[in-house]
Design a protein around this ligand. Structure first.
Ligand code: HGY
Ligand code: MN
Ligand code: MN
Length: 413
């Protein structure tokens, strides 16, 4: 068969994305499928049923990663792999992660219905808890698989209700038996929405990111003195929330102070006891610093730390700093990166090279095997929001590029 003319079924891809969007659907048109939640389970169950329909061998590992293997003609050769995540942010979008699982599913369906059996097997993967929103950190299961994070440490991560990730994985029936450890993979591709404005702004349909920024996460805990807001004079208060507010402004000012391509964000904050007529005596907030240069990101926190210590001292609110998680920047495999770009051009899609500011499981895959990503535009550059949107024809384009990149690597020795 003329493989060059092979294309995926865009309508069927749209249907799978629409079916998945019904799981955890929110009233404003987004999804909530938090890691290891009942909604995550329902999405996983649907994915497994679809994989079995096309005779894929399904394996679940001890971190709940789901692998669907579409057999090639030579089982002795390391497979090619593609995947992403079905979990979402609390008020997430209908494309983040799930496109990178439905895309390879559509590729496998296309191979299966056309009787195409490449030399190498093609493995689809759904990585557990890519978002790191319910259980920090992000990309935790691909991190364990890549040998960069400890399994028990990952199991012990707790959500704000004190539930453990390992227990929740067991509860939803996805704490598998296969070891969560890397096996030889010839090439890994991840299809994902850009989650930024650039492709749309440049009129592009396919993005070939050269890599992913480093991600450094910190957790800051402040201890104040609670009291009745009325009789307590302003002088001498130990107000943990005011101290936190000063620190949060410093975080926001950090990238400008450091220069270079950096972002710094406080995205999560918990205030205790969080009553309008009690001076806060406890605050926990998170810091996310990203840069194309790990040392640049580390230098940024070295600049921020003394500023926070001074603010804590001045307010009499002792501070505890947790260096929660770091994943180094991921410069992708040059050959695969160039293949993504060349395939986009060959298939006739406006294509550009770019970089990923969002973290992805490919960040860890990149540390243990040749990896690259395929981006498609986010309308308005929006993501991690319920209005997240990508054109169906762009999803189809991305899956076609994925099909041909995987086939080329799957048929090379
Ligand atoms: O944090 C990220 O960029 C990804 O959504 N985990
Ligand atoms: Mn994602
Ligand atoms: Mn995300």
């Amino acid at each position: 068969m003329d493989l060059d003319s092979l294309r995926i079924n865009g309508a069927r891809l749209q249907h799978t994305l629409e079916e998945m969007a019904k799981i955890g659907a929110t009233p404003a048109g987004g999804v909530q499928r938090l890691a290891c939640s009942d909604e995550d389970k329902r999405a996983r169950d649907l994915l497994v049923s679809w994989l079995r329909e096309i005779d894929c061998e399904v394996t679940i590992d001890t971190m709940g990663n789901i692998f669907g293997r579409y057999a090639g003609t030579d089982p002795s050769l390391p497979p090619v792999m593609s995947g992403s995540h079905v979990d979402s942010q609390p008020k997430g979008g209908r494309f983040d992660g799930i496109l990178g699982v439905m895309g390879p599913l559509e590729v496998l369906r296309t191979l299966h219905e056309n009787g195409v059996r490449p030399k190498r097997s093609v493995v689809l993967v759904d990585w557990t808890n890519e978002e790191g929103s319910r259980f920090a950190p992000a990309m935790v299961a691909s991190g364990v698989w890549a040998g960069k994070l400890d399994l028990q440490w990952a199991y012990d991560r707790t959500d704000i209700h004190g539930k453990k990730q390992g227990d929740e994985l067991e509860r939803i029936g996805y704490k598998g038996s296969a070891p969560c450890e890397a096996f030889p993979v010839h090439a890994y591709y991840e299809l994902h929405i850009e989650q930024g404005p650039m492709l749309e702004a440049k009129g592009m349909i396919i993005g070939a990111p050269k890599g992913v920024l480093c991600l450094h996460w910190y957790d800051i805990h402040l201890e104040g003195t609670a009291n009745q807001v009325g009789p307590t004079p302003m002088e001498g208060r130990n107000d943990a929330l005011v101290a936190a507010a000063e620190m949060i402004i410093k975080v926001d000012q950090l990238p400008a102070a450091m220069g270079g391509n950096m972002v710094a964000t406080v995205g999560e904050i918990h205030n205790y006891p969080n009553s309008r007529n009690i001076i806060p005596d406890g605050v926990h907030f998170t810091i996310d610093i990203r840069s194309w240069d790990d040392d640049h990101a580390l230098a940024a926190f070295d600049k921020l730390r003394p500023q926070m210590l001074e603010i804590a001292q001045r307010h009499g609110t002792p501070i505890r700093i947790e260096e929660t998680w770091k994943v180094v920047k991921a410069p992708f495999d040059q050959d695969l990166f160039e293949r993504v770009y060349a395939t986009g051009v060959k298939l006739g899609y406006p294509t550009m090279k770019w970089v990923s500011g969002a973290g992805h499981d490919a960040s860890y895959m990149n540390q243990v095997m040749p990896s690259a990503m395929i981006f498609v535009p986010s309308i308005g550059g929006r993501s991690h929001v319920e209005v997240e949107e990508t054109r169906w024809e762009d999803c189809e384009a991305g899956a076609n590029v994925l099909l041909h990149c995987l086939l080329e690597n799957a048929n090379e020795i």
